[in-house]
Design a protein around this ligand. Structure first.
Ligand SMILES: Cc1cc2nc3c(=O)[nH]c(=O)nc-3n(C[C@H](O)[C@H](O)[C@H](O)COP(=O)(O)O)c2cc1C
Length: 219
């Protein structure tokens, strides 16, 4: 499939076939997809919880109770569910950890370039922390970028997905002890394979988008 075909093939799967599981080979690709997403200043302010067992998915389903019950079957019937979590702070220790990792990966020809990057990343973070006062929001934006990358990536592998903001974030933070670890859940994405009777497949419920002429200005 070319890119257009992939984008038209993917849709938000409302009903997964519980008998179809994502292969180990594809899971390796999926983990790499999560890891290789770009982020501003390479901050990588994220963590991912991947539930692939029945027990794991039952734990995630604690975030789809009450008002959020409309998403429960998407969690329980999917092959896997990925919780996208955002950092709640970016302290000096974390900044040094990212820098040391980049150094180990061979990003820096010398100490001067390394310190320049460290200073730049800290300046950006400080702008968001102090001037704009949106550090948490800025980090969440990086996580959303990862989600966009992820939705296209899994579709390219022929895997269906359902992104879900309709989840009880507090319940999930508590279930996985995320806040104590410096993270908070942002979105869940169920992945797997569409059920034949899914009402939302594009032949039954065509996709709808605003026209190209309205959303794109060519100059
Ligand atoms: C960040 C995000 C959160 C979403 N949350 C939910 C959700 O909780 N439940 C659901 O059924 N669909 C959810 N959707 C699906 C959107 O409604 C869907 O992407 C949109 O209508 C476009 O349709 P398509 O994905 O089929 O192309 C979400 C989508 C995104 C990108």
């Amino acid at each position: 499939m070319n890119l257009k075909e992939i984008m038209n093939w993917r849709y938000t799967t409302k009903s997964f076939d519980p008998s179809k599981k994502i292969s180990e080979e594809n899971l390796i690709q999926i983990k790499n997809l999560l890891r290789m997403s770009p982020s501003s200043t390479n901050l990588q302010p994220w963590h991912f919880v991947i539930a692939g067992t029945e027990e794991g998915k039952a734990r995630v389903a604690k975030g789809t109770q009450g008002f959020f019950a409309f998403n429960e079957a998407k969690v329980l019937k999917a092959s896997h569910v990925v919780l996208f979590c955002s950092r709640t702070s970016a302290d000096e220790e974390y900044m040094k950890h990212v820098l040391a990792t980049e150094d180990q990966d061979g990003r820096y020809p010398n100490e001067e370039v390394k310190q320049m990057m460290h200073g730049g990343r800290n300046t950006f973070a400080d702008i968001h922390k102090y001037d704009l006062k949106d550090l948490a929001h800025w980090m969440e934006k990086q996580v959303y970028l990862n989600i966009g990358n992820f939705l296209l990536g899994v579709a390219a592998l022929g895997i269906d997905a359902a992104p879900m903001e309709g989840i009880d974030m507090k319940a999930l933070d508590e279930e996985f002890g995320l806040r104590e670890k410096g993270f908070t859940v942002v979105t869940a994405v169920s992945i797997g394979y569409r059920a034949e009777d899914d009402f939302n497949t594009t032949d039954k419920t065509p996709k709808s988008r605003l026209p190209e002429s309205e959303i794109i200005t060519m100059i």
